[in-house]
Design a binder for this molecule. Sequence first.
Ligand code: FAD
Length: 409
Amino acid sequence: MNGIVVVGTGQAGFQLAASLRENGHAGPVTLVGEEPGLPYGRPPLSKAYMLGKTDAAGLALRPEAYFAEHGLTVRGAERVAAIDRAARRLHLASGEALAYDHLVLATGSRNRPLPVPGADLPGLHQLRTLAEADALKAALAEARSVAVVGAGFIGLEFAAVCAQKGIPVTVIEGLDRPLARSVSPAMAALIEASHVGAGTRFLFGSAVSGLVGPDRVRAVALADGREVAADLVLVGIGVLPNDELAKAAGLRVENGIAVDAVLATEDPAISAIGDCASFPSPHAEGARVRIESVQNAVDGARCVAARLAGRPAAFTAVPWFWSDQGPLKLQIAGLCQPHDLAVRRGDPESGGVQRGVSVFCYRGGRLAGVESLNRPADHMIARRLLQSGRSPTPEQAADPGFDLKSLAL
Ligand code: FAD
């Protein structure tokens, strides 16, 4: 028996192994991952870890003893170079071969590179791994001014860290608002105002044309001729799914490794989970989605582990996500994009965003998702509403006197 082999020791790969054991699966389980060490969580890298509020040990998903106690083999610093589907065997970059009965691809995603001159200058950083976080944290300790390219989640979380540390930070974004692809315009406006209030400068509609050296980065050059002085630049312009291994093995790739409703590829011996996989979601009316979140990695892993333990079921968990940005806790339940109607619950004018605001997003007359800012109770209710398929009317959602909880029960 060759057992179950998982490629990737990230959030999804770890959870798959843990959930197999929780489901009573007793056979061999091996995780192979390119990063050194044991599985760790990435979310604190741009938040508590960057602020020095937790250390590397605090990132560990489980202590070392857990893996031995549960008979889980973790092989770090090992890259899988190829999949031989006919022989059900992996080829590692080291030259070794590793046979499997079932293969789970949990290869995650990688940062999208910034394709401009000077992108290889010292002083330019990206943030995905612990090693990158360590390099960024060390650079931040010396930085006098920071530029962030991309007003996405990672960029905004890092900008909030800079603001908290009192380091001047400019966020450069090609579109006209932060989180343009992820949240409603109403929510984006609230988030932007809070960052501006903390001292962050935004340059919207600005394309980066290059990084100015010569020896190390001194400024970010914009296409309109302006330059933004900075001795540290973080590029956070999204990620690309690590689907090349699957593609080279002849598996279908469609914005990530294409899997079906139970997260299986067209090869019955191969599944895919987490950031690297795209799947048909009931929360997107059956459309194929690829989701980059801890929840998606964890719930997808649980779904596959249950199937491999003999209890197959479609992946229907409600997607949810959080992002901590200084005083802001943004939580999103469901898939809000695209939406055709957005209504606000809570009044940011009375007491500011600290008092909490939610935006209820509707698609085709039904609740599609809820964005909550410092309003965790709304988020929990939204998850229950979406799971049960109950949809408050927009009038009910906007009415602070309407008891949403009663609808969610
Ligand atoms: P990953 O965690 O990326 O793990 C994939 C692993 O596979 C990697 O270690 C990679 O090296 C390895 N691998 C890839 N190819 C190979 C190969 N050929 N051979 C061997 N190994 C390979 N999500 C939230 O919900 N909330 C947050 O607040 C949040 N904050 C984040 C902050 C940061 C800085 C980052 C980077 C991400 C954050 N996320 C957050 C996203 C979340 O961490 C990811 O969605 C999650 O880690 C995805 O898990 P995964 O296992 O699919 O992929």
